[in-house]
Write a protein that binds this ligand. Structure first.
Ligand code: ADP
Length: 478
């Protein structure tokens, strides 16, 4: 259950729509299988019905033509008109031709040895009857009607009776065959029905499980957000209360007249300045994050030389670096191009990254800023990369996917009592994206982290790379 919850909470983070999509795909596949099953059962029933009707029709025609052969011979026997006798003889031969074709067709379609043997027997018996009939016809046409009658009675009647029995046998075998096919069709339709019931039950279970999973994942998501917000409130209260306490005690001391000389007054003033600045920064960060919440914050994109951006960032972070006893090294490629960016946005973004590098930079006390350009290719436009690296505590790979979430703070930094709000990276990423860029991270525990801001190169003929040859490619602040 714990594993499932972890999976569900990951799903809730990535999107419950994905789950719905999976279920829809499952239901579509299952629906297609049901339709295909029903179509195949339907066409099998149609095929069987058609073959039964065709078979019965062919047997009926065979019986009719055999009777016709016999009947026209008898008509020839019973008339004394020689013209009619010749006409009947022709009719019986015509009917006989059709019977022979029918027997040949039956032999061709015979399904097993039994039907094949019956077709051979029918062929033999029909030939035997035709031999007698031909003798009878010859006698009639020669005018020996009495001899013809005796021949027919002696040989024709029993020979035709055998043909009649063969034809009945053909009918019986056909009936048996049709019953067998009907039984197999009934069996296959029963199988189809149980398959459809099974498939529908599975679909129902799948849908129920998906709904349950979506609801649970949403609930877990809400609980997680609520927990993070509680932690955020606790962190912010702590972050505000500490400088407030310092400011209050400094103010009390000054008000009570305990600060007498000028040096002490300057020292107190510096403390008040420092504490009120860090409180102001915290409030600014929260307000800025709130203003980016609806993702509609307007950024003013303008062509900016990367050198100019870096100058502003260095000036902005200088005090932090000096006060924390860190060294900041800047490495830049020569001839840096122009990017489309919002100067306050990019400065805030890099300030957060440098602030984190200082906060989580461990004992090494060194932050490196590397600026490089990627010219891009046919498909990807070029970009400028500003990487902020430290050699501090690093980030566990299991947390990499979460650190950009608002309010998320690693349990390790919580345990180490390193203060923060969990908003810095979320804000930095939002700012990067609002300028058409992105933020990536590469980190290893106990080795260090590198956060890289990717900014697209400015496009357009009037935006020439800003060349500043007098600027060194390496600078440092200590
Ligand atoms: P905060 O620093 O206030 O906790 P952030 O959004 O800036 O919030 O960072 C989120 C989390 O990402 C931090 O709590 C920390 O666990 C991790 N993190 C950020 N930057 C670094 C870094 N340079 N080195 C190690 N961990 C970092």
């Amino acid at each position: 259950m714990e594993l499932l919850d972890r999976w569900l909470s990951a799903a809730s983070r990535h999107n419950a729509v994905l789950l719905l999509f999976v279920v829809c795909c499952g239901v579509t596949v299952i629906g297609a299988m049901v339709i295909r099953d029903m179509q195949s059962a339907n066409s099998e029933a149609q095929r069987m019905y058609k073959s039964s009707v065709d078979g019965l029709e062919e047997i009926g025609e065979l019986q009719y033509d055999a009777q016709e052969t016999r009947r026209t011979t008898l008509y020839a026997l019973t008339t004394t008109d020689s013209n009619l006798q010749v006409e009947y003889a022709d009719q019986t031969r015509e009917a006989d031709r059709r019977v022979r074709n029918g027997i040949a067709e039956y032999a061709r379609q015979a399904k097993g040895p039994e039907e094949q043997a019956l077709a051979d027997r029918l062929n033999r018996d029909w030939t035997a009857y035709l031999n007698v009939r031909d003798e009878v016809l010859a006698s009639i046409l020669e005018g020996s009607t009495t001899e013809a009658v005796s021949l027919d009675l002696a040989g024709g009647v029993p020979a035709f009776e055998r043909v009649r029995q063969d034809l009945n046998e053909v009918k019986r075998l056909f009936g048996e065959d049709a019953s067998r096919e009907q039984a197999s069709l009934a069996e296959s339709s029963r199988r189809s029905s149980s398959r459809i019931v099974g498939i529908l039950s599975f679909t129902f279970l799948l849908s129920a499980a998906a709904i349950w999973a979506i609801q649970r994942s949403q609930m877990l998501g809400r609980m997680q957000l609520a927990k993070l917000q509680m932690e955020f409130v606790a962190s912010v209260s702590h972050e505000l209360r500490t400088p407030l306490a310092v400011i209050r005690s400094a103010a009390d001391n000054i008000a009570d007249g305990l600060v007498k000389n000028k040096e002490s007054l300057i020292r107190y003033g510096t403390v008040l300045q420092h504490q009120s600045r860090s409180m102001g920064e915290l409030v600014d960060q929260i307000l800025l994050f709130a203003s980016t919440e609806d993702r509609k914050r307007r950024v003013v994109l303008q062509p900016l030389a990367v050198e100019r951006i870096m100058d502003v960032v260095l000036a902005d972070t200088e005090a932090l670096i000096r006060e924390s006893g860190f060294t900041l090294e800047l490495e830049t490629e020569p001839n840096l191009p122009v990017v489309m960016a919002d100067l306050p946005g990019i400065t805030q973004c890099l300030r957060n990254l440098v602030g984190n590098a200082v906060k989580y930079g461990g004992a090494d006390h060194k932050v490196t800023l590397r600026v490089s350009t990627s010219p891009g290719g046919d498909k990807s436009p070029g970009e400028v990369r500003i990487a902020v690296s430290d050699r501090g505590i690093g980030i566990d790979s299991s947390e990499i996917g979460r650190i950009f979430e608002p309010f998320y703070r690693s349990p390790r930094v919580h345990a180490s009592q390193i203060h923060g709000t969990g908003l810095g990276l979320a804000l930095a990423r939002r700012l990067a994206e609002s300028m058409g860029g992105s933020l990536s991270v590469h980190s290893q525990v106990a080795v260090g982290s590198t956060f890289t801001l990717h900014l697209p190169l400015a496009q357009g003929e009037d935006l020439q790379p800003a060349v500043d040859e007098g600027r060194p490619s390496r600078m440092s602040i200590t």
